[in-house]
Design a protein around this ligand. Structure first.
Ligand code: HEM
Length: 393
């Protein structure tokens, strides 16, 4: 993850951002903080303060982008709506994801999932922590949160990936559209089973909350919005868990500190999502003529809010490229901000930071990596691509 060389925005290639975006972001922060990047078809906003400004002015910087690949593949979800329409959808979903319900109801559920998954892998002595632990753990937690029943970890991960791929299908690959359509159809079938059950017998799930809200959502609205949870609620906890595990497995001193003082696990999670932000960039659209960091923007201009860059901004963070759980500059924008601030923030903090990571290191004693070069990939979504490890049996 070197951060030395870089190039002006017109030369920035998406393939290069996918491999390692940080040198380009450093250049942009320094020389062109609201830069037109032709290959991205957007102005990339790369400084922390400008990202905060965008988030504080949602009437100027809209979330709706229509037509967008996401609305085309999964429909009009809360993520790409603004104002009162967005608030209504969000309010119907947010109850089960609030800190109190997470603490009282979801923590024990996440603990059971982590214990089951780790018990299965423990006796093997080796495996890929990304594929065998972080992926299934994120999938099982999300199925429970949503209220889906009888859906396996593999299916959840396939559906999620199919939805994500369609949201980025700029090349119009027909196979990607077809896979997303199949995932949406299979998810609809799973919803056919749970909707009548949850209508009769409410529980703590998101689908139940949408059905029984003060201003309840229609079944069509519920189906559409569950798709965005599936696309946005699985790979980020998976990737943050894998990135945090990688960080500790390559920083012995900090690993010793957290093993000696479990209160530090929270810091491990927050620092991991700052260091390698699982969502690196999300889109906004300019509503009215405005100026940002000296750049005049016109209505309809498209922005990419690059939280992965804001989280490495040297104006805010000392030694921004270093993983450091003891840093005092701890505010970050990995969960976004403003009206679309991540609804899964508290479940992720609890699931990954309080349960998944501590149990991983406790149950797999002697945990160590078995490869020295761990590949990371992505700029819109980013994380380790695999995490081969061994442990004592
Ligand atoms: C480490 C974990 C996670 C990170 C870093 C993360 C990051 C983000 C970010 C940056 C946004 C804002 C996107 C935008 O404004 O366009 C967002 C929104 C959202 N996230 Fe997360 N997320 C995480 C986990 C989750 C989980 C586990 C769930 C589901 C349980 C979830 C559900 C959502 C939803 C529904 C939204 C849209 C909220 C709205 O539009 O009002 N996220 N997330």
């Amino acid at each position: 993850m070197a951060t030395s060389v870089s190039q002006p925005p017109e030369h920035i290639r998406l393939a290069e951002l996918w491999r390692d975006p940080y040198p380009a972001y450093r250049y942009l922060r320094e020389h062109d903080p609201v830069a037109w990047v032709p290959e991205a078809g957007r102005y990339l906003v790369t400084r922390f303060e400008d990202i905060m400004h965008v988030e504080r002015h949602p009437e100027t910087y809209l979330s709706s982008e229509n037509p967008s690949l996401m609305t085309r593949s999964i429909g009009e979800t809360l993520l790409r709506q603004d104002g009162a329409a967005h608030r209504r959808l969000r309010r119907a979903a947010e109850g089960p994801l609030r800190p109190r319900i997470v603490k009282e109801h979801w923590l024990p559920v996440f603990r059971r999932h982590a214990e089951d998954i780790l018990a299965t892998v423990a006796e093997r002595g080796e495996g890929d922590l990304f594929r065998d632990v972080a992926g299934p753990f994120a999938a099982r937690n999300l199925a429970a949160l949503l209220g889906l029943r009888g859906v396996g970890d593999t299916e959840m991960q396939e559906w999620s990936q199919a939805i994500i791929d369609a949201g980025g299908n700029y090349g119009e690959d027909p196979e990607i559209w077809a896979r997303c359509a199949r995932a949406v159809s299979d998810l609809d079938t799973a919803m056919d089973d749970v909707l009548p059950v949850l209508r009769r017998a409410p529980d703590h799930s998101v689908i139940s909350s949408m059905l029984h809200a003060d201003d309840p959502l229609t079944e069509d609205e519920i189906r559409t919005n569950v798709r965005v949870f599936l696309g946005g609620g699985l790979n980020e906890p998976r990737d943050s868990m894998a990135a945090a595990a990688y960080a500790l497995l390559t920083h012995d001193d900090q690993r010793r500190d957290v093993e000696a003082d479990p209160a530090l696990w929270k810091r491990v999670f927050e620092e991991a999502v700052r260091w390698v932000s699982p969502i690196g960039m999300y889109p906004r659209r300019v509503a009215e003529r405005t100026e940002l960091a000296g750049r005049v923007l016109e209505p309809g201009d498209k922005l990419g809010v690059v939280v992965a860059s804001g989280n490495r901004d040297e104006r805010i963070f000392a030694r921004p490229d270093a993983f450091d759980i003891h840093r005092t500059d701890t505010s970050h924008v990995a969960f976004g901000g403003g009206p679309h601030f991540c609804l899964g923030t508290w479940v992720s903090r609890a699931g990954v930071g309080q349960i998944g990571l501590p149990l991983l290191f406790r149950k797999l004693s002697g945990l160590r990596l078995t490869e020295t070069e761990i590949p990371f990939g992505g700029w819109v979504f980013r994380g380790p691509l695999r995490l081969p490890a061994a442990w004592d049996v």
